[in-house]
Design a protein around this ligand. Structure first.
Ligand code: FPP
Length: 256
């Protein structure tokens, strides 16, 4: 026996449809994260600071998977700042090994997920072994066009702006650029983030509410979201909480 289903002309949206719409509407294109609190996480457990960084790598894995699932286009992670060189040598050495360790294990998954890896910051001044591992991943993933995983490595925004100014002056001197043509768009092309859209959402963990020399130019109209969660405790749920709050925000860019 065949059952004839009634023809539904204007199908009413079910709560499931609405839920799906809510989940996919107004997703940020570019999310940037200041991953903070590794040291405090370790201290709370009477562990050395590097144990916090080690656990922090697991949170990197979680957030990359969550960003991939949410169809985020760019994920920028602040992994090492130009000021982090002030830390004790063993901690710096450990932090410099992390990209290699992470990529050694996770590059196959990143390839499978069509993730492209890129960095911003003073790449040349990184230790050779770090550069080699990261450059290998950049080259290997350069044909991928899914999520762009952008590591801020030896990155400082003031340093970035200073080097941009110096290059602009050199180009003006060499008649490659005229002062009259210099505007915000051209200036942006001299930054490490050239070609990238500005972050839509900035997340900082660990309860601190400051920028710490991160993307000062690029964050001009970014929505900020702070959480007390320490970076090693970060999870897909916390990431989704940030995204959901972003989805409710109204961005006016100075307009009304
Ligand atoms: C800040 O926390 C964290 C860092 C300076 C390092 C962040 C690095 C990672 C999370 C791992 C990066 C992973 C890859 C794959 C590159 P803190 O040490 O300042 O914490 P505290 O303020 O509690 O001391």
């Amino acid at each position: 026996m065949s059952i004839r289903l009634p023809f539904i002309k204007n199908k009413q949206k079910t709560s499931n449809d609405k839920q799906m719409e809510m989940e996919t509407e107004n997703i940020p294109n570019h999310v940037a994260i200041i991953m903070d609190g590794n040291g405090r996480w370790a201290k709370k457990r009477a562990l050395p600071r590097i144990a916090g960084h080690k656990e922090g790598v697991n949170s990197v894995v979680k957030v990359v998977r969550a960003a991939y699932k949410s169809n985020i286009k760019v994920l920028t992670l602040y992994a090492f700042s130009t000021e982090n060189w002030k830390r004790p040598k063993p901690e710096i050495e450990y932090l410099m090994k992390l990209p290699k360790e992470f990529l050694h294990i996770h590059l196959p998954e990143l390839m499978e997920k069509n993730v492209r890896i890129q960095t911003i910051g003073d790449f040349e001044s990184l230790p050779t072994h770090t550069k080699k591992a990261v450059q290998y991943a950049i080259d290997k993933t350069k044909g991928n066009d899914g999520l762009l995983l952008n590591f801020a490595l030896n990155y400082g925004s003031r340093d970035e702006i200073m080097q941009a100014i110096k290059q602009i002056m050199t180009d003006i001197d060499g008649s490659k650029l005229s002062i009259d043509s210099l505007d915000e768009q051209i200036f942006s092309k001299y930054l490490y983030t050239q070609g990238l859209s500005d972050p839509d959402l900035l997340i900082r963990t660990s309860g601190e509410q400051r920028l710490s020399n991160f993307l000062l130019w690029q964050l001009a109209y970014t929505e900020f979201w702070f959480t007390d969660v320490l970076w090693p405790d970060f999870s897909e749920e916390v990431f989704q909480e940030a995204i959901q709050e972003y989805q409710q925000r109204q961005r006016r860019y100075g307009g009304i």
